[in-house]
Design a protein around this ligand. Sequence first.
Ligand code: DAT
Ligand code: MG
Length: 147
Amino acid sequence: MERTFLMVKPDGVQRNLTGEIVSRFEKKGFTLAGAKVLAISKDLAETHYGEHKERPFFGELVDFITSGPVFAMVWEGENVIDEARKMMGKTNPSEAAPGTIRGDFGVQVSMNVIHGSDSEESAKREIELFFQKDELVTYEKTINKWV
Ligand code: DAT
Ligand code: MG
């Protein structure tokens, strides 16, 4: 079963949106395989966002993601990587459709509430970066046959 890495960013945690965001993925029918609150170190931030290190906003991005605790999660389900990206909405909240997480709660591109892996490769890399194997569980929910 496919897994993705999702993370409520510091703005989402500070604004008490963690429960709302978890709830959306639960109600959609995905299965939570692991979750934790953590403060991201500068090293971890720079590794996680390594693909953006030449971009002009890289410094701002690392400062922001380390500015307060985040809520890191691994979600499981059919096509969960693409489905979660759809539920998050476009990177810039001003372009994200209403009904998406960024469209409903975000205002600025630099504080866009949630991170989600964008491919199978990034999901694998990000899950391994943030979680130990024994922090993730696999289990069957009887509801799975209905969604
Ligand atoms: P996404 O988070 O949708 O995968 P991304 O990988 O292109 O988007 O960028 C990573 C994060 O960097 C994004 O969530 C917010 C920040 N960011 C992207 N473009 C930006 C910009 N033009 N100015 C400031 N921050 C930006
Ligand atoms: Mg990205």
